[in-house]
Design a protein around this ligand. Structure first.
Ligand SMILES: [Fe+2]
Length: 403
């Protein structure tokens, strides 16, 4: 049995409306005077770049902008950004956008600090030292990348997601400004918001840190330590916030209170899962995302109720509590009945925010189920945190439930 758990977070978080206006001041305070800004066309078209650039200008920070970020960034775009940036002067890298843009800035921080090719850093704890500082400014409430140690990239040749995970890759500063999320469209708000719920519930229902099976080598490098008291506390609050605010954020984009609460839920869940780990939901989402090309959050939301039903025999107490946090009335119910309320509540939420709930609705063919189940077995880093063991047959059965 393991005796300790650890907890790491981003260097500093500044949270609240207009936090982005502190950007220049924060860079200056560290005696830096040049920045590379990574963003994408959607962010600049939405007019979100100007406020950050205005803050850099008023603090006399020199900057250059790479505006070609893309969803689920490919290794090719990382290489393109590296060729663009390697001769430029920079003290700090800024990722202004959704999780994909922040992940791109993280990958560039690795390349500009230690050189390419990027493949040598895939895995856990592979960085040779501290990379250049990263400032994350999220414009969606989703991936938790603004506080997490991971950069997830797409190997488009192998049709696979690959990640660099290292605690030294956590942003040194996250400027979380909910006003930047107000223009996020309903579908993207729904996809990213349901991912936040998956992060929080997976962190909370992950196998306890005491019983996580890690080999001697993995013990030294693993970032995910299983559920732990600090992660549980953060996850609980994130679940409450999503339950009370996601429908409003999707259906009333201008509702600042709902946007603020979702932005908070995102970083709380991000801190929880990036220490406790995510489970079979995110593991199964790797092949399901690759086969369907559907957004990351959408596939996690689709799988979440089915994985929880599989896990229910070993985490009914956690799921019963979750039902209450999601606003369900569980008075007079048995623990098992209350746990099922969580599953029903998530299915209702998915329906209310307009996301699909079946794999057949996102273009998956039945014959892909077995290969996806087998591919999931390879995602051991996430699967080992699942509270109930899963064989290829178990994974196939859960995929069938979701079909
Ligand atoms: Fe996620």
């Amino acid at each position: 049995m393991r005796e300790q758990w650890g907890f790491s977070i981003a260097g500093e978080v500044v949270f609240g409306s207009n936090a982005v206006l502190r950007l220049g001041e924060k860079i200056k305070k560290n005696n830096f005077d040049s920045a590379l800004v990574f963003t994408d066309p959607g962010v600049s078209q939405a007019g979100l770049l100007e406020r950050a650039l205005g803050s850099l200008q008023s603090s006399n920070i020199k900057y250059e902008i790479f505006e070609h970020g893309q969803p689920e960034p490919s290794i090719e775009i990382v290489n393109e950004a590296y060729s663009w940036s390697k001769e430029k002067k920079h003290d700090v890298l800024i990722g202004l956008g959704g999780g994909s843009v922040i992940d791109l800035a993280k990958a560039l921080s690795v390349m500009l600090s230690f050189g390419g090719p990027i493949d040598q850093y895939f895995g856990e704890g592979k960085l040779p030292g501290n990379p250049k500082p990263i400032i994350a400014i999220p414009t969606t409430s989703g991936t938790g990348s603004s506080v997490s140690p991971a950069s997830v990239l797409t190997d488009s040749k192998a049709n696979l997601k690959k990640g660099i995970s290292d605690n030294r890759l956590r942003p040194s500063l996250a400027l979380v400004d909910p006003l930047l999320t107000v223009s996020c469209p309903p579908f993207l708000t729904a996809c990213t918001g349901i991912d936040v719920l998956a992060h929080a519930i997976e962190a909370y229902t992950a196998i306890s840190f005491q019983y996580l099976a890690l080999g001697q080598e993995e013990e030294k490098t693993a970032l995910y330590h299983g559920s732990n008291p600090m992660g549980d506390t953060l996850a609980q609050q994130a679940i409450r916030l999503v339950g009370n605010n996601l429908r409003l954020a999707v259906n009333q984009g201008l509702n600042i209170e709902a946007r603020t609460n979702m932005a908070l839920a995102n970083i709380l869940a991000g801190m929880a899962f990036s220490n406790a780990g995510v489970t079979a939901v995110h593991a199964m989402a790797y092949p399901l995302g690759a086969y369907s090309h559907a957004p990351h959050g959408l596939v996690n939301g689709l799988l979440l109720p089915h994985v929880l039903e599989y896990n229910l025999p070993v985490c009914a107490p956690q799921l019963a509590r979750t039902a209450r946090w999601l606003g369900e009335n569980i008075n007079g119910l048995s623990e098992r009945e209350a746990a099922f309320k969580t599953i029903n509540s998530i299915q209702q939420l998915i329906q209310d925010i307009g996301l699909p709930s079946k794999m057949r609705d996102i273009g998956i063919k039945e014959e892909s189920i077995r290969p996806m189940a087998e591919a999931t077995l390879g995602v051991t880093r996430l699967l080992r945190s699942n509270p109930r063991k899963m064989t290829a047959d178990d994974l196939e059965a859960v995929f069938r439930q979701a079909y």
